[in-house]
Write a protein that binds this ligand. Structure first.
Ligand SMILES: *Cc1c(COP(=O)(O)O)cnc(C)c1O
Length: 460
């Protein structure tokens, strides 16, 4: 008899990773270099340091070091909410009647309610270490803004958050939390920047997008003394910081002699999935037995499943460098009926390359009503009220577990429960009263976004 696996596996404080894992050092083909928007040459440290903190630029460009030590001050703060637990979803398994063994790594156990604090802390730490006065950023659903405001208050930095206008209206409590931690919120598009004023004159009723908010935050960072810009997803450095999720998950599973057959995560900009996957992707890249990886995205913003793998701007205002990634075009705006998060037009270049090369086995797009059905089922059985973003992963986990029920296979499934949904009750209310709708962009809708992808003769 194998010993009974507990409901939750929690590592000790000592087992919090001492180094982040840099998957780029192991990738067979690195992603194409990020290009300067003016010269179209690969960006250099010198190009990036006016925008980003110096140490973070080094991490962004680091393709050599497999492990990068986590500074002691960051590890100390991690101890407030890490190690994050790994749960065995016994109740969900029972409700589904599946022979599959379902595990989830839960990153919602801090006030930001998501994994984003893992990177916010690192970024605020390096900004402080460089002697900066403050940072600017954008936030969509609000988790990143919350995480960054927490990290900035801890390290004593000013923090300006450009919040996608529709989110700031739909989530007044999220805004209040951010302000409680001392950050300043500016709904985007705003009249505080050139790009914001231009967006407003083109479309006074714009509800905003992450891409526009990024443009505004970058503009303010580069034009304000002692400020730099920080970003909560997509970037290589963010995936690096999020590797703690996968390192802990793998260590926790080793304790109970488990190894996943399938790893599932939701993908907006790619950071929680990239982080969860990382330690297991190391096995795949080393040619060892490894899980089947599934990235899940909304059918309304389907960058991996229907996007183009092309060089594109990371923001709507087209001021950021160009990255080779799966993209719907920087001008793509998700429909306003789209509930929480995962609204970004592009995807992490690391994840994009891994997907392109077949190391991420599959991307799946799911519709929001089916996502909320899964979210509700999960909340009722496992108790945790999941974030809409994370619920995309739950949807596919349930689908895979039900396949196991048909075939009788007892697969081991690990998914990332990236956060909680306490600030997403507007969307839950829509689901509960039956007014939530689905939307799948037509090919013509997507074509409009693709048409705006820059044509770069001679560059692939
Ligand atoms: C931000 C966020 C996401 C999406 O971002 P990724 O970079 O793709 O991880 C997913 N889940 C939660 C809870 C989030 O806050």
């Amino acid at each position: 008899m194998s010993k009974k696996i507990p409901y939750r596996v929690v590592l000790s404080e000592e087992e919090i990773p001492k180094a982040w894992y840099n998957v780029r050092a192991d990738m067979k083909t690195d992603h194409r270099p990020i290009l300067h928007p003016g010269t179209l040459q690969p960006v250099t440290e010198a190009d990036l340091t006016p925008v980003f903190c110096e140490e973070l630029v080094k991490q962004e460009l680091n393709v050599k070091d497999r492990f990068i030590e986590i500074p002691g001050e960051i590890r100390d703060y991690y101890k407030m909410y890490r190690p994050a637990p790994l749960f065995r979803a016994y109740f969900l398994e029972k409700a589904l009647g599946t022979p599959a063994k379902i595990y989830y790594k839960y990153e919602g156990g801090n006030t930001s309610g998501s994994h984003k604090l893992n990177s916010a802390l690192a970024q605020a730490y390096y900004a402080k270490k460089q002697g900066l006065k403050g940072v600017t950023t954008e936030t969509g659903a609000g988790q990143w803004g919350t995480a960054l405001s927490m990290a900035c208050s801890y390290f004593g930095l000013d923090c300006k958050v450009y919040m996608v206008k529709i989110s700031s209206q739909q989530k007044p409590y999220r805004k209040a939390v951010i302000e409680t931690y001392g950050a300043k919120i500016i709904p985007s598009p705003s009249d505080t920047t050139n790009i914001g004023r231009k967006m407003l004159s083109d479309n006074p009723d714009s509800t905003g997008s992450l891409g526009t908010a990024i443009s505004e935050a970058v503009e303010v960072a580069v034009s304000t003394e002692g400020y730099r810009y920080v970003l909560g997803s997509v970037l290589n450095q963010v995936l690096l910081h999020q590797s703690v999720i996968g390192l802990e998950a793998k260590a926790a599973m080793e304790k109970i002699d488990e190894y996943p057959d399938i790893v599932i995560g939701c993908a907006g900009g790619g950071s929680n999935l990239g982080g969860l996957m990382s330690a297991f992707m190391a096995d795949r890249l080393a040619g060892k037995t490894a899980p089947y990886f599934i990235a899940v995205e909304p059918a309304s913003c389907p960058s991996l499943t229907r996007g183009k793998f092309a060089y594109d701007f990371c923001d709507t205002g087209m001021v950021t460098p160009l990255a080779k990634m799966y993209t719907l075009g920087a001008s793509f705006l998700p429909p306003s009926n789209h509930a929480g998060g995962l609204r970004y037009h592009g995807m992490s270049p690391i994840l994009s390359q891994l997907y392109h090369d077949g190391y991420i086995d599959e991307a799946r797009a799911v519709e929001q009503t089916s996502v909320f059905k899964a979210a509700t089922e999960f909340a009722k059985t496992e108790g945790i009220l999941p974030a809409p973003e994370s619920s995309h992963a739950i949807r596919v986990t349930i689908d895979e577990a039900l396949k196991c029920k048909e075939t009788g296979e007892a697969k081991t499934i690990l998914f990332g429960l990236s956060g909680t949904g306490y600030f997403d009750m507007t969307a839950y209310m829509q689901y509960n009263d039956g007014t939530m709708t689905d939307y799948i962009p037509t090919d013509a809708d997507l074509q409009r976004g693709f048409d705006a992808i820059p044509k770069l003769p001679g560059i692939q």
